[in-house]
Design a protein around this ligand. Sequence first.
Ligand code: IMP
Ligand code: MG
Length: 167
Amino acid sequence: MFTADRIARRVEELGAQIERDYEGKELVLLGVLKGSYIFISDLARAIDLPLSIDFIGLSSYGEATESSGVVKITSDLTRPIERKHVVIVEDIVDTGLTMRYLLDNMATRRPASVKLCTLLHKPSRARTRIPIDYLGFEIEDRFVVGYGLDANDKYRNVPFIGVLRHG
Ligand code: IMP
Ligand code: MG
């Protein structure tokens, strides 16, 4: 679906956009594990600002490929985000239920601001309206893997993004 080159060019653009928007502010990039680990490492290097990086581990109860909206924090931030400007870095917003939970949870921690940067978005699957501030690519309703995205924890290391073919 997207070659490594195409992804790299888009990530550079997103980084430049974030760099312009956060100059002079205390920026925290908050990666959602595990899917965002490659995206956040490329994105961070495309932002020439003295930012900090933290991670949150989330897991959704229910089927592996379908979000239930019931989310568990499996690993929390290492530092408070109070008065910091947070950009959440996610691999994909599908139904939006995971992000709804995360945005509500982050709001209770009194950050100066929270914005969302997601590499992929499947608008046809949305079950709640999630404001996306920085978007890599909008995609059709296909199950994709690679560049951090997994199927049953495999294919994360594939350098491009491809559609998973069953059978
Ligand atoms: P949501 O709560 O339905 O928005 O789903 C969010 C999570 O489901 C994402 O962060 C991914 O981890 C996973 N997910 C959704 N669609 C895909 C996909 O096409 N490939 C791999 N993971 C996906
Ligand atoms: Mg994810």
